[in-house]
Write a protein that binds this ligand. Structure first.
Ligand code: NI
Length: 205
């Protein structure tokens, strides 16, 4: 009888040690908050309220749980913006239905001219899943600050103006954290791989 009790007690001690060991290992393993999982832990992105190219409200809530690519530009842009939108459209075509969970957002830095109607017209040339966003000058300014995007109105000789602006395509993960960027110089295959990885990353990654 005493041997059985001793056996049970020793068994309990062994189980306790193993459980504590497993817990300890768990604490040592980096969790989702580990800084090396994202490029930057600096605050980037955040809460916003804008209007999409259909004239409907569009906020950070519309992106909840979705990976997205975001970039800033304007419809009168002579080459950088149309090229970037065309390249993104080609990438989305290659991704096929995998791109359905990915949100691709084009935010105007020229809200004066880029009304929802102007954006809707412009976007007919590109992948129909791309969302154009506009707002009041204050709303747009707040949005550019969230994404550290630069923009500036530059007068042109014809009495009109153009916009200088950041042309980086930022990649944001499902948690709304900066995950990377598409480099305009890099190969199409590398960009495609970046988007595939962004889409494949689960909620707990
Ligand atoms: Ni542009």
């Amino acid at each position: 009888m005493l041997t059985i009790i001793r056996f049970i007690l020793w068994g309990a001690i062994v189980v306790t040690v193993v459980v504590m060991g497993v817990l300890w290992m768990g604490w040592l393993t980096p969790g989702p908050q580990s800084p090396n999982r994202t490029i930057s832990t600096v605050e980037f992105g955040g809460l916003f309220a804008l209007t999409n190219h259909k004239g409907e409200p569009f906020t950070h809530e519309n992106l909840r749980g979705r990976p997205y690519a975001v970039f800033f530009g304007f419809t009168h842009c002579p080459d950088v913006c149309p090229t970037a939108l065309w390249e993104l459209s080609e990438l989305m075509k290659k991704l096929g239905s995998d791109a359905d969970t990915l949100a691709v957002i084009f935010v105007t830095v020229d809200p004066e001219r880029d009304t929802p109607e102007a954006l809707a017209n412009y976007l007919t040339s590109f992948d129909p899943r791309i969302v154009g966003l506009t707002g009041t000058p204050q709303e747009i300014d707040a949005m550019t600050k969230l994404f550290r995007a630069y923009y500036k109105k530059v007068p042109t000789n014809d009495g009109s103006y153009t916009m200088d602006h950041t042309a980086t395509v930022y990649l944001m993960d499902r948690q709304g954290r900066l995950s990377g960027a598409l480099d305009r110089q890099e190969k199409n295959t590398i960009q495609l791989e970046k988007l595939r990885r962004l889409i494949a990353r689960g909620d707990s990654d």
